[in-house]
Design a binder for this molecule. Structure first.
Ligand code: FRU
Length: 491
């Protein structure tokens, strides 16, 4: 879909927004087309959940993802695959990993084996190595507890085809039901691979010289962080703060138990010596305070001259992911974000900033007053805040509304009246994020047919929510701010 999604989305929004409605269009609107994002990644068809194997190699960002191609609900998991050179336009590629006799292919990660430690490639022509969870449905059905193990596969052709390692599984199950989502990274200080794995209510840390033989080093988290549900999809990486001090950041998704109910991702900042992670502080912190950013992880092997830590999340929530009102495809990814840490008087905080590449995806439409008419739900708003309380209301002619508001204490997204909400008991809700002393100076609001992502002060706080209007947005009304609107470029 390289270069075509944006154009498709725009043309479609214009069509739906302006043309008289034929029966066919009405049918389309009640189905997929109205809701398919224009500048977010979606699978061409079928089911998608977590991003997997995020890795940069030879000019391409690879996005693998949990995928069931035969249905729009979760099922036997494959790794779907897409590549991008700019994190904005994605090209769909054939499915990378299919289920096999060891099980479905659950979430995991990918790295480039530059030093050929596993021996799958050469140093001149290194292999990409993926590590993922095997989930054996037969074992699960038979009520065993050891049906999740870890396997690896490699590619010698830039991720186009994959060979599974004959020695799989490389980490057998020690007798624990929830034992999954390996995230591998090269530790340049210890010159070894590290692996972080979600294990029920904590994470395990491992090390390896060659990606095949893994040594258990430590466990973290049983008595720290949020524990309202099972821990999933962890990540561990370094970031340098505004004073040049480098720390380690651990991401842990949890379901249920998030701040808005259901799925969400928490983080810890601390130190890591290759074996043991030592957190700084015990506050529970969330990477995103909306309802719809889950299982997000970061890209491996982004070149040093770039140096960014790039993150993509799954823009849904297990509370209703299987029943949101799209049919041909289900679920989108968040826009890619750059993660940064800041040392503050409240401790280390993680900031999420839309990647710079997103700017090139939009054209400034103009500076506008408080009320603007739009013809469709694909745009971005840049709000400069002028008073201590304010709001932005998206609405349409059939009475749907979505309200983003703030005061001195909270940022709120209210989707109670946002069109289709009755498909789930919990979808119609008002979501509040505590500002904890953050003064709101700017809001960047990305709207893309069925999602809204709100960035406070370019990264101090983020909220991501889905919504499903009956008809596209036709009005935006703001108070307490000046406004610049942006439309996506057509290329
Ligand atoms: C998270 C998750 C992972 C698992 C995958 C299965 O959303 O439950 O823990 O590997 O989805 O699709």
């Amino acid at each position: 879909m390289r270069n075509t999604t944006l154009t498709f989305g725009l043309v479609l929004t214009i069509l739906i927004g302006c043309a008289p409605k034929t029966q066919e269009q009405v049918v389309e609107q009640s189905g997929d087309s109205q809701y398919r994002p224009a500048y977010h990644f979606t699978p061409a068809s079928g089911w998608m959940n977590d991003p997997n194997g995020l890795v940069y190699f030879e000019g391409e960002y690879h996005l693998f993802y949990q995928h069931y191609p035969d249905s729009n609900i979760w099922g036997p998991m494959h790794w779907g695959h897409a590549v991008s050179t700019d994190l904005v336009h994605w090209e769909h590629l054939p499915i990378a990993l299919y289920p096999d006799s060891l099980g479905y292919i659950f979430s995991g990660s990918a790295v480039v084996d530059w030093q050929n430690t596993a021996g799958f490639g050469t140093e001149e022509s290194p292999a990409m190595v993926a590590m993922y969870t095997y989930h054996d449905p037969i074992g699960e059905r038979n009520n065993t507890i050891d049906f999740q193990t870890q396997g690896i596969a490699y590619s010698l052709d830039k991720g186009r085809t994959w060979t599974k390692y004959e020695g799989n599984p490389v980490i057998p199950n020690p007798g624990i039901r929830d034992f999954r989502d390996p995230k591998v990274s090269w530790n340049s200080e210890t010159e070894e691979w590290n692996l972080i794995l979600a294990v029920k209510d904590h994470v395990n840390l491992y090390s390896s010289p060659n990606l095949k033989e893994w040594t258990h080093q430590s466990e973290f988290g049983v008595d720290l962080g949020a524990h309202g549900g099972v821990w999933e999809c962890p990540d561990l990486f370094q970031l340098t703060d505004q004073n040049g001090v480098t720390k380690w950041v651990m991401l842990v998704s949890i379901n249920p138990g998030g701040p808005q109910g259901g799925s969400a991702t928490q983080y810890f900042v601390g130190d890591f010596d290759g074996s043991v992670f030592t957190p700084l502080g015990s506050a529970i912190r969330w990477i995103d305070y909306g309802a719809d950013n889950y299982a997000g992880v970061t890209f491996s092997d982004v070149p040093e001259e770039d140096g960014r830590r790039l993150f993509i999340g799954w823009m849904s929530n297990w509370q209703y992911a299987n029943i949101v009102p799209t049919y041909e495809w289900r679920s989108a990814m968040t826009i890619p974000r750059e993660l940064k840490i800041q040392n503050t008087e409240n401790g280390y905080l993680l900031r999420s900033v839309p990647v710079g590449e997103m700017e090139s995806a939009f054209t400034i439409e103009g500076a506008n007053g408080e009320l603007i008419n739009v013809s469709g739900s694909v745009f971005k708003l840049g709000m400069t805040i002028e008073s201590s309380t304010g709001a932005m209301v998206l609405s349409n002619d059939v009475g749907d509304s979505l309200i983003v508001s703030y005061d001195e204490n909270y940022l709120t997204i209210n989707r109670e009246q946002a069109g289709k909400v009755a498909f789930s008991d919990v979808f119609a809700a008002s979501h509040q994020a505590p500002l904890n002393g953050i003064e709101v100076k700017s809001l960047d609001v990305y709207v893309d047919n069925s999602s809204v992502e709100v960035f406070v002060n370019n990264g101090d706080l983020v909220m991501t929510d889905l919504f499903f209007f009956e008809q596209p947005v036709s009005k935006v009304k703001t108070s307490g701010s000046t406004l610049v609107t942006y439309l996506p470029n057509e290329d």
